[in-house]
Design a protein around this ligand. Structure first.
Ligand SMILES: [Zn+2]
Length: 1116
């Protein structure tokens, strides 16, 4: 042992001795020293080859060995010495990880090697051993030195290596390291272009074809080099011109056939990698189609499907096929909404102006410009790509950084005289309540109270006895024309024409939901529908709205995503191209062509959506049990497709039907994360189960091959639509079923609920309904005032009444967010209930509520806009009285309140969120916004009351669906015209919120793992009320103490703010979407290089990705 140690120490010191000897020789070079240097380096090489310890010694920083060796390399003219040194370096860099290579690179080794390479190539033939050593070293350097490619080009080394490859095709010993170096060179785009011009593509094809299982390592390197080269558009064009695409397909097929034991999956994948890059250009996609590539990849993939280890091949093939799938035109005459509502005033600019100014005859469904290649970059002009220089992308660029825009606006923007008109809506503040008998507050409209209910519907539903079997068709009503007095309701249920004279027996049992649905009454609903004005002048009523929906008493779990669903669906889509004869392409429903009746052989489903909130535009039977569906655009708009509500009939039970909504626009959806569509079966309803039920299997959401014109995509070219696909098996024959994006809640339903709610009024409840204004579509916008009656009409109770703080609530500015209406229903029911807390709450506040800010949008099946074609929640800064009446008057109410010193304590606008789970709030805080922008916090030692955090905190303690960690109090630039931000800044409401409810479900709390239903949403609305009651305890101290330090102490305790000063980002900055981008997603457009590289994530393509929020920082 001691002997060994001694020996090793001896040898270590020997190598150090040799190094210092070498160093001396470097310092005083003499020609006669050549032999000495040769000998010394030879000895060092021998020691290094035999003892790892010596390597460590040489490579160690303290010995300075690397510098000495490099310096010798630089100085020597002697071939043998050079070879010795290169061999030493090769030995050194082979082991010890990248660390030694890093030292080598940092001491300028790369440039030295390249100079040596270029220098020795000047007098051919080059020494083979020398070339071998240099390239072996360069391969190692390539792993560490990201700039090797650039350095090689600048030193003129690219062609030296290329020529070596060219002339040594049979000399595999030298060929392999040279090719490996070439692979490194080609990863730089400029190099790729230069190498392409020098004929590298042709050489690579000599290496990779024809098929042979010999020297697969070489083959793999050549394929990878080729794939890199083909990333340049110029090289790709050259390759297509030379007919290389069919060659690659043939080679791929050969490998597919011969690699029966799947030992060469990496090679097969590399071939696909080349095809993938080649098809980034349009010419390549065309060549692929011409070479029958679709069928070849489809067939090979189908054969690969059963073997899970071949998934990377299937996924890459699928990616190529999707990319090459010819882009289709949506089968529509125009993307503008089928229905049009003429506007009196067209805004001067913006989307609506654009739409109106579009010349007639313009095809807005596709772009001519999509057809040219102008957007494809010419790589001749590619600039140097340098990864080091691309800084981290700023994700927070939407955060408001202008401190002046974060400060409240001090002045009153409108003269009070103008606001005086709104006194009418605040009559409670001037009433004397002098009457001692029960006070009846007039409520408009009051034509139909509970006292004059229609007779039970059994009398109405009077079919002829011999009519069987029962056929369900739509309910339709004949509306009373203006000014006439004929109130008759004609209710048609299939052949059952309902009129008042009928004396027949009832066959259709209307489910008795009265006990379960106290606010629902089918007759009253029909009555309400009659006064609802829709742009298409609907005369039919959806059964679910008529019968009502009773919340399902059943857990509906968030769906687990099944492996391979999206891939399977995409393959089915590709089959349309492979087997075109299987495709029916039969239009079975078409709003654009209503005059042309759809021929029906009984083999197709029947579709309908001509009822309130319905919005199906077209249905095409693609295969026997598969339908493509197209949604209508929002009225006076050419996009916003997400909400859907339609009816299906004539189904066969027990058959799997596939539905594809093919013109969705959002890039991702909760449908990829376990959300199901909603279905309502009329047969089930009649049989006592009137429920909307979460349904559908094989659900996924992905980019499709229907191109989206730039007109509809905000000017962006080359965009595609997305498909939501789901599969349903119907249970009953002769059923009529409805599908919806979320639980429908129509405007007529709101009117019915309000009518019913007003009937719940007691002597203690002050409930008043006013019409805030009339909408563009001629519907009234209800405004509710709810509070408690004063204890008596004497002075004290009246003054207590008048001093109650105002709570201002609104909902459903976005029609597609029906969940917000269900939450509002929960709030309203709670406010009208007779529990002691409800009474206490009414005694605490005066509630001003606009339950539906966008009635027209709701009625007409819009997703986002009002009839003006605009998003009303972007109009709060400067609402136009004519174009945005509900917003204009709602804001005026708030301005009136501010002007009269009654600025609301709380403002909350209820919304729905399509891409996140749980219920959460957005609020406004200067401090938290400033924190997020990383602006020096000293610029913002503003005093800010933390009271805005109280209500969300209370809700998180009380409401199971509510998640505090999803809340955000950051003010974004893009939201500056929303209700929340404007009411905060201009009206001065500190507690101004948007409350977002998920459309999908919860991932925390009591409802974790479940999809959300109406009872959870209604519960949320009730819990909101209870939280307000708790909030009162904090805020009433403010009144009593008349200064807010105590209140602040209380709130500080509650919201645990002690941690805030220690962290820079106390709140979540919520990006629009907190789900990860779906990994199967593929970008079709050749122009875009942002597709997810399947090489990186071969196995994740179909997994249910973990739902960790992106870039969110949790507080505390
Ligand atoms: Zn919304």
């Amino acid at each position: 042992m001691n002997k060994l140690k001694m020996a090793s120490e001896k040898s270590a010191s020997r190598v150090l001795m040799l190094l210092s000897q070498l160093e001396r020789l470097n310092e005083e070079p003499k020609v006669s020293d050549n032999d000495a240097i040769r000998q010394t380096t030879g000895k060092i090489l021998h020691l290094i080859q035999t003892q790892e310890k010596t390597r460590k010694e040489v490579a160690s920083k303290s010995s300075g060995g690397m510098e000495i060796i490099l310096s010798s390399l630089e100085n020597t003219q002697d071939l043998q010495t050079t070879l010795n040194i290169l061999a030493i370096l090769n030995e050194l860099l082979t082991v010890g990880g990248g660390c030694r290579t890093g030292v080598f690179v940092s001491k300028g080794g790369t440039a030295l090697l390249l100079q040596l390479l270029v220098g020795s190539s000047k007098d051919p033939p080059a020494n083979e051993e020398l070339m071998l050593h240099i390239h072996s070293l360069l391969v190692k350097v390539g792993l560490k030195d990201r700039k090797l490619g650039v350095k090689a080009r600048l030193n003129g080394a690219l062609n030296v290596t290329l020529n070596l490859v060219k002339y040594n095709l049979q000399n595999h010993k030298l060929l392999l390291p040279c090719l490996q170096v070439l692979r490194v060179y080609s990863s730089n785009l400029v190099n790729a272009v230069s190498l392409g011009k020098s004929g590298t593509l042709e050489i690579m094809f000599e290496i990779i074809g024809p098929f042979s299982k010999k020297s697969t390592t070489l083959l793999k390197v050549a394929l990878d080099t080729l794939a890199s080269l083909l990333k340049s558009g110029m090289n790709a064009r050259r390759a297509v011109d030379r007919g290389y695409l069919p060659t690659l397909l043939t080679i791929y097929q050969d490998w597919h056939r011969n690699d029966t034991r799947h030992r060469h999956v990496v090679i097969r994948k590399s071939i696909l990698g080349c095809i993938k890059n080649l098809t980034n250009i349009k010419l390549g996609r065309k060549a692929f189609i011409d070479a029958n590539g679709m069928r070849i990849l489809y067939n090979t993939s189908t054969e690969c499907l059963p073997v899970r280890t071949l998934d990377p091949l299937v996924n890459t093939s699928s990616l190529i096929m999707r990319k090459c799938f010819p882009k289709n035109r949506l089968p529509l005459p125009t993307i503008k909404s089928v229905f049009h509502h003429p506007l009196l005033h067209i805004p001067a600019s913006g989307p609506v102006a654009k739409l109106y100014n579009q010349p007639p005859g313009v095809d807005d469904v596709v772009d001519e410009s999509d057809e040219n290649e102008a957007t494809e970059v010419d790589t001749e002009n590619d600039t140097e790509y340098d990864e080091d220089e691309t800084g981290p992308k700023t994700q927070n660029d939407d955060i408001e950084t202008d401190i002046n825009k974060l400060r409240p606006i001090q002045m009153n923007t409108r003269p009070f005289d103008e606001l005086r008109a709104y006194e009418y809506f605040f009559r409670e503040f001037s009433e004397n309540f002098e009457l001692h008998r029960p006070i009846i507050i007039p409520t408009t409209p009051s034509s139909l109270g509970p006292q004059n209910r229609r007779p039970p519907q059994e009398d109405l539903l009077t079919p002829k006895p011999d009519e069987s079997p029962l056929e369900l068709d739509s309910i339709s009503i004949s509306k009373r024309p203006e000014g006439t007095s004929d109130p008759d309701l004609v209710c048609s249920l299939g052949r059952l024409v309902l009129d008042d004279e009928g004396g027949e027996q009832a066959v259709l049992e209307v489910p008795d939901t009265a006990a379960l649905l106290p606010l629902h009454d089918p007759d009253l609903y029909l009555e309400m529908v009659k006064s609802t004005r829709s742009v298409p002048a609907y005369t039919e009523v959806g059964y679910p709205d008529y019968f009502g929906h009773v919340a399902l008493n059943l857990r509906e779990p968030i769906l687990e995503r099944v492996y391979g669903v999206q891939r399977m669906k995409i393959f089915q889509d590709i089959e349309r191209l492979i087997h075109p004869s299987d495709i029916l392409d039969k239009v079975v429903y078409d709003l654009d062509n209503q005059s042309c009746p759809v021929t029906d052989n009984g083999e197709s489903l029947k579709f309908n959506s001509k009822f309130e909130s319905g919005n199906l535009r077209k249905a095409i039977q693609v295969r026997k049990f598969e339908y493509d569906l197209i949604l209508n655009s929002d009225i006076n708009s050419n996009h916003y497709h997400q909400w859907f509500y339609f009816e299906v009939g004539n189904m066969r039970p027990g058959v799997r039907y596939r539905f594809n909504i093919i013109n969705c626009e959002k890039s991702n959806s909760q449908f990829n994360y376990g959300m199901q569509v909603l279905m309502y079966s009329v047969q089930d309803a009649i049989n006592g189960s009137p429920h909307w039920v979460r349904t559908g299997s094989d659900i996924c959401y992905y980019k499709n091959h229907f191109s989206r014109s730039s007109i509809a995509a905000g000017g962006q070219k080359g965009k595609s639509y997305f498909t939501l696909t789901f599969t349903v098996t119907f249970q009953h024959k002769d059923d009529v079923c409805y599908f919806a994006y979320h639980y429908p809640y129509t405007y007529s339903m709101l009117k019915m609920h309000l009518q019913k709610l007003s009937a719940l009024r007691t002597a203690q409840i002050y409930y008043r309904q006013d019409d805030l204004c009339v909408t563009l579509g001629g519907n009234s916008c209800p405004l509710l005032t709810i509070t408690a009656m004063p204890g008596s009409s004497s002075n004290d109770p009246i003054s207590q009444f008048r001093s109650r703080p105002v709570v201002f609530l609104s909902a459903r500015v976005h029609p597609g967010e029906t969940n917000s209406s269900w939450v509002m229903k929960g709030t309203l029911e709670y406010l009208m209930s007779c529990s002691p807390q409800a009474q206490s709450l009414r005694e605490s506040y005066i509630f001003k509520i606009i339950p539906m800010l966008n009635p027209d949008g709701v009625i007409n099946g819009n997703h986002r806009c009002s009839l003006s074609g605009e998003d009303l929640n972007r109009q709060w800064q400067n609402p136009n009285a004519e174009l945005h009446p509900t917003i204009y008057h709602a804001k005026s109410l708030l301005q009136y309140l501010r002007a009269t010193g009654r600025t609301p304590l709380v403002f909350c606008d209820y919304h729905g969120h399509s891409r996140k789970k749980n219920v959460f709030m957005y609020g406004c805080s200067i401090k938290e916004t400033v924190w997020q922008t990383n602006v020096n916090t000293s610029t913002c030692d503003l005093h800010e009351d933390l009271g805005y955090r109280t209500l969300p905190k209370l809700l998180s303690q009380m409401a199971p669906a509510f998640s505090l960690s999803s809340c955000s109090f950051v003010v974004e630039r893009s939201k500056e015209a929303t209700a929340r931000v404007v009411v905060w800044r201009e009206i001065g409401v500190q507690r101004s919120y948007t409350m977002e409810s998920t459309l999908c479900g919860c991932d925390q709390g009591k409802y974790k793992g479940l999809q959300i239903g109406t009872s959870e949403l209604e519960e949320m609305g009730a819990q909101f009320c209870l939280a307000l009651l708790r909030l009162k305890r904090f805020t009433s101290r403010l009144e009593r103490h008349n200064h807010n330090s105590h209140l602040l102490d209380m709130e500080t305790d509650l919201i645990e703010t002690r941690s805030i000063p220690n962290i820079t980002s106390p709140t979540t900055y919520v990006l629009e979407e907190d789900e990860p981008a779906f990994l199967e997603e593929v970008d079709y457009s050749a122009e875009s290089n942002d597709e997810i590289d399947p090489d990186l994530e071969p196995d994740l393509q179909d997994n249910h990705a973990p739902q960790t929020p992106i870039l969110t920082q949790k507080s505390g």
